[in-house]
Design a protein around this ligand. Structure first.
Ligand code: ZN
Length: 367
């Protein structure tokens, strides 16, 4: 069965994960397969990025669909016969699933070719270190292909068969600083920095349910937040934080300068932007997706992850849609970046259906 073949592809990528910037094998696998399917394939875009263009019968709108290729630098503890064979690398963020779904959708659209327009399938490297989207854009990808809309799916710890849309929300950006206080003040300042957090990672299923409720509440407790993580190294306090909405970063920097209490404080880079899905296009996407699964709408950005799909959405309207991969009864919680990340592989077939339906719908909708 075709779906079983896709699951085999996912397991192959899962066994041989590649970290940000070294996605040679995964990129070659994707490129070979999509070339064989008849797409126009370009490799080496912004590093190991692959771009595969599918042409409809007639000219028309251009829609982009993005998947990410790289794995997480950590050790997998989830046991399976397709467990990572590479020490210190594992697909704990589901990018193996994203890549497989994009391949499946591209092959599916080849079989029932759209009447008009183009789909640009973007396989992005180096998402985990937030450099791959920037590299592909700087390589001229969007100027060459000129997509009018862009979409992506991302695995999420919600029941398989569910899709989450986040109109006007998505995932926060992040910022980072280093404070060098006198040794006697290090612990006090680190504690004060941590004390800025207004949200905390859920530790129990009840807390997780509460978080989902808060995310679904318009103007609720997560309409504004900051989430800080810090550590002390060589008497310096290093802190990362995610805030929502994006315009909070200047005020948080001011607050950190006050907490530094005269000690040297350095912000090595500007804040990385939040990923914000278009309100209109998120809602428009829900319509075709409803034919594939159940739709949940969240009103706030999930506080603990970021995404460099943010940079595509800054340039082109579109949406990230979260794909349920959890199946608690089967011991698959689907929490991304957990070392025991496990996903219900039925999400792959559902994801392919969702992407094919969504892209077909949008190609017909855009005049
Ligand atoms: Zn990810």
């Amino acid at each position: 069965m075709y779906e079983d073949a896709l699951i085999e592809l996912r397991r192959d990528i899962h066994r041989w994960p590649e970290l940000a910037g070294s996605e040679q094998r995964t990129a070659a696998l994707v490129a070979d397969r999509l070339r064989a399917a008849g797409l126009e394939v370009t490799t080496g875009v912004g590093g190991h990025g692959v771009v595969a263009i599918l042409h409809g019968d007639e000219p028309g709108p251009v829609i982009a669909y993005r998947a990410d290729l790289d794995a997480v630098a950590d050790t997998e503890t989830f046991d399976s016969d397709f467990r990572s064979r590479v020490p210190g690398a594992a697909h704990l963020c589901g990018h193996d699933i994203h890549t497989t779904i994009a391949v499946g959708a591209a092959e599916g659209l080849c079989r029932r070719r759209p009447a008009r327009g183009q789909v640009v399938f973007i396989f992005q490297p180096a998402e985990e270190n937030l450099t791959g989207a920037r590299a592909m854009i700087d390589d001229g990808l969007l100027d060459r292909t000129r997509p009018q809309e862009i979409y992506a799916l991302h695995c999420a710890p919600i029941p398989v068969g569910t899709f989450v849309i986040t109109p006007g929300a998505g995932l926060p950006g992040q910022d980072h600083c280093r404070i060098s206080p006198p040794a006697a003040d290090v612990e006090r300042i680190a504690a004060a920095v941590d004390g800025l957090s207004t949200v905390h990672r859920p530790q129990t299923p009840e807390q997780f349910q509460r978080l989902i409720q808060d995310l679904a509440t318009e103007d609720g407790p997560l309409s504004r937040y900051v989430y800080v993580q810090s550590y002390v190294d060589a008497d310096e306090v290093h802190a990362w934080w995610r805030a929502w909405p994006d315009d909070r970063y200047p005020e948080i920097r001011d607050e950190l300068r006050r907490l530094a209490d005269g000690a040297a404080i350095e912000f090595p880079a500007p804040p990385f932007p939040a990923m914000v899905s278009s309100p209109e296009l998120s809602l428009a996407a829900a319509k075709p997706l409803r034919t594939v699964g159940e739709i949940v709408t969240l009103s706030a950005a999930y506080p603990f992850n970021g995404e460099d799909f943010a940079l595509f959405l800054q340039r082109i309207p579109g949406a990230m849609i979260f794909l349920g991969v959890a199946n608690e009864a089967a011991g698959l919680h689907g929490i991304t970046h957990a070392t025991d990340f496990g996903a219900d592989e039925r999400a792959i077939g559902l994801g392919v259906q969702a992407v094919v339906t969504l892209l077909t719908d949008r190609l017909a909708a855009i005049m």
